[in-house]
Design a protein around this ligand. Structure first.
Ligand code: CO
Length: 134
């Protein structure tokens, strides 16, 4: 169902400081930056092999990532698995009894199609399915 880990999402308060860590200290190339209004974030993708680190800065406190930061502080936010067919993957995890946050795919960063699974049904790990744009 999943081809690889597409990215790991990290919630940050200070985007510039986080980019310094990942690009200067960890020597990952900054690949893409985008404000994704639908998710209330400014996101930066950095390359690591064929996967990414996705830094997420909330656009306001009243967003998913904003509330996460208030509750938990900066840190790991979600894991995203790549799939070629997000509808089929959603059907399969739904049939397996997992709770979906998104019943249908939404448009995510770089025109990918994404859907989140509820952490209550995934052992506390916010899990994202992503079908990259072709
Ligand atoms: Co993500």
């Amino acid at each position: 169902m999943f081809g690889r880990i597409d990215h790991v999402g990290v919630a940050v308060e200070d985007l510039d400081a986080a980019i310094e860590l990942y690009s200067r200290d960890f020597e990952m190339a900054e690949q893409h930056r985008e404000t994704v209004e639908a998710f209330g974030v400014e996101a930066v993708l950095l390359e690591v092999g064929d996967g990414h680190i996705e830094l997420l800065r909330p656009l306001s406190a009243d967003t998913g990532v904003g509330r996460f930061l208030k509750r938990n502080g900066p840190g790991l936010h979600h894991v995203a698995y790549a799939t070629d067919d997000i509808e089929a993957a959603l059907e399969r995890v739904k049939a397996a009894g997992l709770r979906l946050i998104d019943e249908r795919p939404r448009t995510g960063i770089r025109n990918s199609r994404v859907a989140f699974l509820h952490p209550k049904s995934t052992g506390g790990v916010l899990t994202e399915l992503v079908e990259p744009a072709h």
